[in-house]
Design a protein around this ligand. Structure first.
Ligand code: ATP
Ligand code: MG
Length: 418
């Protein structure tokens, strides 16, 4: 028995109503906010993620699925969507389009992580990116979009946490303060964080190690180190969120896992899905496009983990649409009736009616059992006599009521069934 690779999962038909609801809601709300869909390759040059996501991040250092193709190129399965979208904009000359440019995507991503509830090695994201505005109004717009999607999915009990991590002009000063603070406590840090102390001390605040978390409580706060433009940006964003009636808390410990973030970072946290509780993470990445070879172009976006959304929807008892049950089940008796039933069923489908007929060769009794099992609303038994007279018995499976109907007039049948 060959098993699926560790950290991957099959999405079975019974789960699909959740996926459909999320995808439909994402498309609908994105459209309401003027975001258009973009599709990008599943793999990219490794260099894109090294530069775009950042060499010092966990994602690049430990989590990428990187391989060499037959021509010796280093390629990587996308661990996230933003870098690929940014690359696509530059490559397709879209950076000089009318701004803002608003895009969304629904993609699978790949990260070599320790699989657990809400964390897998292949996972799915709904993400949006807004380019060409550095105004806090853009930040407020994408946060409002995320908020609308979450609430339309029937997910309650989430908390929006926001923070600002500054910009290239004020962050070095903050890095210095962090280095000083952690250098004094270096022996208490985990080995990874001792490395981070040299390369990117901000990442220490994101560490999941118990001792590091404890130590971080006393660390200098990024909000105390913001330059005045960054502080102003953050204040204005909070004002816009207040005005939009979007509740939030400021959490100075949110730094996000990826390097390209500047200023605003935010997460939506669910209180109902266990330890992997971040259902949406996002932030501003004003340096990204330049970083990967494009012009100066600010951007802000977020990504939601679809499996975590589903866990939250289930915990909240969100309603999803059940798969369609057939309006009619046709039970043919004999060869002639089989042919007739196939034709009748096809005609009904053409008229937009979902009908099933036996294609297994079951006995009448087990056909009726099967019709009941698949939730058919009506059944129709067809034998030679019915075909000769053109009339058959239609049985309402809920009430048991039976009536005689003409079977040659599809239109009349359609009216009866709908
Ligand atoms: P986390 O702190 O949970 O590792 P992250 O900062 O690595 O999250 P992002 O890169 O911002 O996550 O991805 C956005 C969202 O995608 C996350 O908030 C989460 O919902 C989802 N996500 C990230 N990694 C995984 C994974 N391995 N499995 C399932 N969902 C994931
Ligand atoms: Mg992660």
């Amino acid at each position: 028995m060959i098993q699926r690779p560790r950290g991957t999962f099959d999405i079975l038909p019974e789960e699909m109503p959740y996926w459909y609801k999320i995808e439909e809601t994402a498309r609908e709300v994105s459209a309401l906010y003027g975001f258009s869909e973009i599709r990008i390759p599943t793999f990219e040059a490794t260099e894109l993620f090294a530069r775009g996501v950042g060499d010092t991040t966990d994602v690049v250092q430990k989590e990428m699925y990187t391989f060499t193709d037959r021509e010796g190129r280093s390629l990587t399965l996308r661990p996230e969507g933003t870098a690929g979208v940014a690359r696509a904009l530059i490559e397709n000359g879209k950076c000089s389009d009318a701004m803002p440019l608003k895009l969304f995507y629904i993609i699978n991503c790949f990260r070599y992580e320790k699989p657990q509830a809400g964390r897998s090695r292949e996972f799915y994201q709904y993400g949006v990116e807004l380019f060409g505005s550095d105004s806090p109004a853009a930040d407020a717009t994408v946060i409002a979009l995320a908020n609308a999607v979450i609430s339309r999915l029937g997910i309650t009990g989430t908390e929006l946490q926001v923070n600002s991590i500054g910009c290239p002009s004020c962050r070095p000063e903050y890095h210095k303060k962090l280095r000083e603070f952690f250098a004094a406590n270096e022996e208490k840090l985990c080995p990874t964080c001792r490395e981070r102390l040299k390369t990117n001390p901000l990442r220490i605040l994101d560490c999941k190690n118990e001792d590091c978390i404890k130590l971080c409580e006393g660390a200098p706060k990024v909000l105390d180190s913001l330059c005045s433009p960054c502080a102003g940006h953050f204040e204005t964003l909070k004002k816009y969120l207040d005005a939009s009636g979007i509740a939030y808390t400021v959490n100075p410990k949110i730094v996000r896992g990826l390097d390209y973030y500047t200023r605003t970072v935010f997460e939506f946290i669910s209180d109902k899905i266990g330890a992997q509780s971040t259902i949406c993470g996002g932030g501003r990445y004003d340096g990204l496009i330049k970083q990967i070879g494009g012009p100066e172009l600010p951007g802000i976006g977020f990504a939601m983990g679809i499996t975590r959304l589903i866990l939250a929807m289930k915990a909240c008892g969100s309603e999803v649409e059940e798969p369609m049950a057939p309006s009619l089940y046709i039970a043919p008796l004999g060869e002639r009736a089989q042919l007739y039933a196939l034709k009748l069923s096809a005609g009904l489908k053409e008229a937009g009616i979902y009908s099933e007929c036996d294609i297994v060769g079951r006995s009448l009794k087990s056909q009726m059992k099967y019709a009941d099992k698949i939730g058919a609303k009506y059944t129709l038994i067809l034998g030679d006599a019915e075909i000769d007279t053109g009339r058959a018995i239609l049985k309402n499976m809920q009430t048991g009521e039976q009536s005689e109907v003409g079977v040659s007039d599809i239109d009349a049948l359609r009216r009866l069934l709908s």
